[in-house]
Design a protein around this ligand. Structure first.
Ligand code: GDP
Length: 325
């Protein structure tokens, strides 16, 4: 996971270090007069072992290295934050050359920690309400159904029961796909016919959970209808009728920086409470996670890390920052 981003970030640290303090200038000239040796030497050593960079120099360096970060799917807003933080910690400061790389790494680490730090949701607390309703949003293929199944498996590991609501009554085979997971996980599926009103399907699933004392309703929704306006109207109705406890947007981390547009679109339409980023096992770029965390500042519940039920990783920003630098 994140190998490409890690490689790029570490290359960037090296490039910045080399450009701030190019190695060929490190030759130490000899002092001319013996009697002035001490003060002169001290000055020279200082001049050649300590660096002092201008903000313009940092801008110039970033013009060249921006492409490395863009290649790893880091959004422009996130690159600007990295640049500005570096300026704050390096411009006008006297830093020993020997400590420069370590210093830059520490600045990067601090920046990454800040970027990955998103508001938290205490899921276990949310789950105290019975039944809790989680509605899953996202485009077709983002991994919504698979994520719902993984979350059902995760809930079962916490001794909580759940039911699926087949709220995607639009895409062919979506109900069967959910039933398939239901069979494997021993989770019932509440469904209507294709073309039925998803708000009503979810409503029925909540009633079923109340009657059967089931802890959680996991509701699927359509990823795309014939127009996005229809999709958003449908989602708006689902939310108005059923008042979900969490609206979880499932996004494919391979989508790159379109993640930001996708999230804003769903957020404007119905409000997104939390994110799950899927396919982090195949998206070796990783910058989309940085961008999603920093630009969107939405709680990230889980990362999808594979195709089986156990491949769901609770989001841990510190662990990611440590891995990256
Ligand atoms: P939906 O249309 O949003 O419901 O998407 P699906 O749940 O059907 O997932 C689309 C494809 O992505 C399926 O082949 C899933 O197995 C796959 N998928 C979902 N999550 C992950 C993940 O975290 N890692 C990998 N490698 N594949 C995933």
């Amino acid at each position: 996971m994140f190998d490409f981003l890690k490689k790029k970030l570490n290359e960037v640290v090296k490039k910045v270090t080399d450009k701030v303090a190019p190695k060929e200038k490190e030759k130490k000239p000899k002092p001319k007069k013996e009697e002035k040796k001490e003060t002169f030497t001290t000055k020279i050593v200082k001049a050649f072992t300590e660096i002092n960079v201008s903000p313009e120099k940092v801008d110039e360096i970033f013009q060249e290295i921006e492409i490395d970060l863009l290649e790893a799917d880091v959004a422009v807003e996130a690159i600007d934050k990295i640049k500005e933080d570096l300026k704050k910690e390096i411009v006008g400061k006297s830093i020993k050359k020997s400590e420069l790389e370590k210093h830059i790494k520490n600045v990067f680490k601090k920046t990454l920690n800040e970027m990955l730090d998103v508001p938290k949701i205490d899921l276990m607390k949310k789950l105290e309400k019975k039944p809790t309703l989680f509605v899953f949003l996202g485009f077709n293929g983002s991994g919504k159904t698979t994520t719902m199944a993984k979350i059902a498996y995760w809930l079962q590991s916490k001794k909580l029961s759940c039911v699926f609501a087949a709220g995607d009554s639009f895409r062919a085979a979506s109900i069967e796909q959910l039933e398939e997971h239901g069979k494997k996980l021993n989770v019932n599926v509440i469904k209507h016919q294709y073309g039925a009103d998803p708000a009503a399907v979810i409503f029925d699933a909540v009633k079923y959970a109340q009657a059967k004392k089931i802890d959680v309703v996991l509701a699927d929704t359509a990823g795309r209808t014939h127009t996005n306006k229809n999709l958003m109207d449908q989602l708006e109705k689902i939310v108005r009728v059923n008042k979900p406890d969490l609206k979880i947007l499932v996004i494919d981390s391979m989508t790159g920086n379109d993640i930001i547009n996708q999230c804003r679109m769903f957020d404007q339409a119905v409000g997104v409470d939390a994110l799950v980023l899927t396919k982090t096992d195949v998206s070796n770029k990783g910058g989309s996670i940085l961008s999603a965390a920093y630009v969107l500042k939405k709680p990230i519940l889980f990362l999808g890390t594979g195709q089986s039920y156990k491949d769901l990783h609770e989001y841990n920003p510190k662990e990611i920052a440590e891995k990256l630098i």
